[in-house]
Ligand binder design. Structure first.
Ligand code: PHE
Length: 369
């Protein structure tokens, strides 16, 4: 075959190639190791100089024409493939979101958001602390020395390691035990040591105790409250708790009962019960004439020893603190009766009790969302 007809043959085939595979077959046929154009190029070596001078440019011209035709066709095929993909993979952004995947907000997260909203309105900020805590912050600084019987009240998970990075107070005491915090009260200590008073914080988070039955899980949630200022009294504590519980349960006929109690880090200490009324045998929080009482939190005036441990002068500053189980609050407000189901990760439970992501609690909209 002469060069001209080979060229028009190849160019025609390239033009007709409808996909990358058939184009590649043509490339191999023409330019591959034993391809037709390659074969012609090989003949150049055996030619006489004059003949080579005449044939060389023709054969190289053929090779270039075929090479660039293949490149062009390849680009055209790729462009067409991209166009086709773009046409078939369009996203209709006007489709309703309900058609897409959906999740829900866990009741514990929802209640934490509600608490933050309620307390933000009273001028509290949200503080946090580590869940892996040292002995000093979890116990000693809270007026619970090593030999204190109150340590036995908390079924503490200790770590084997004792060579934790010692903080300034503990440096002199040497290595300290590390543990999973048994309450959110160590956040009181961290906050008082970091920020000079006056202070108003809540600290929601996970806490851990070696305890497990229908009403206790080894991990549960608490919210701590702490106010440090001048001239703070029990009256401020009582008003704050009443305002919080009324806002949380969204009713005004809430009655609180303050019972004398004992916590090493508060003096005096009180446990707080909320009155409930019976509605078809179910306990409903609220009602001016309660049928019974449920304990919801522990509280008291911050102990002088705790203030001193944080470098705060108890002659100048006073305060109150409270600690409240969040899971129980959620159960009471939203009517779940088994705490363990909270942490099973059962999608049916989450769909039933979970909240929509856009149900952001606001005081104006009702914190119950
Ligand atoms: N930390 C206590 C507990 O977990 C609760 C509490 C907090 C009591 C603050 C008084 C003041 O039981």
């Amino acid at each position: 075959m002469d060069i001209e007809s080979l060229q028009s043959d190849l160019l025609g085939a390239i033009d007709a190639a409808s996909d990358a595979a058939s184009l590649e077959a043509i490339r191999v046929r023409a330019l591959g190791k034993s391809g037709e154009v390659t074969g012609l190029l090989k003949t150049l070596g055996a030619m006489l100089p004059e003949q080579r001078q005449a044939e060389g440019p023709r054969i190289h011209g053929l090779r270039e024409a075929v090479t660039s035709a293949i490149a062009e066709r390849k680009a055209a095929l790729e462009g067409a493939a991209l166009e086709a993909r773009l046409a078939s993979e369009t996203l209709d952004l006007s489709l309703p979101v309900s058609a897409g995947p959906s999740g829900s907000i866990h009741p514990v997260s929802q209640v934490m958001d509600e608490l933050a909203e309620i307390f933000a309105d009273l001028g509290f900020t949200v503080a946090t602390g580590p869940e892996i805590e040292d002995d000093w912050h979890n116990f000693t600084a809270l007026n619970i020395p090593e030999t204190h019987p109150a340590r036995a009240m908390h079924d503490t998970f200790y770590f084997d390691r004792t060579d934790a990075p010692a903080d300034d107070q503990s440096a002199s005491r040497g290595a300290q035990k590390m543990l999973l915090r048994t309450h959110t009260s160590p956040v009181q200590i961290r906050t008082m040591k970091e920020t000079p008073p006056p202070l108003r914080i809540i600290a929601p988070g996970r806490v851990y105790r070696s305890d497990s039955d229908a009403t206790h899980t080894p991990m549960f949630h608490q919210v701590e409250g702490l106010v440090i200022d001048k001239g703070i009294t029990l009256g401020h504590l009582k008003w704050t708790l009443e305002t919080f519980v009324k806002a949380f349960f969204e009713r005004d006929d809430i009655v609180l009962r303050l019972r004398p109690s004992y916590f090493p880090f508060t003096e005096p200490s009180m446990e707080v019960d909320v009155g409930y009324t019976l509605d078809k045998g179910r306990r409903v929080v609220g009602g001016a004439q309660p049928d019974g009482w449920m304990e919801i939190l522990g509280s008291g005036m911050v102990h002088r020893n705790v203030l001193r441990a944080c470098g705060i002068d108890p002659e100048e500053w006073q305060g109150f603190a409270f600690g409240c189980g969040i899971d129980r609050l959620a159960m009471l407000k939203y009517g779940m009766d088994d705490l363990r189901a909270f942490f099973d990760g059962d999608l049916r439970w989450l769909r039933h009790y979970g909240f929509a992501a856009l149900d952001v609690p606001t005081l104006s909209g009702g914190v119950g969302a």
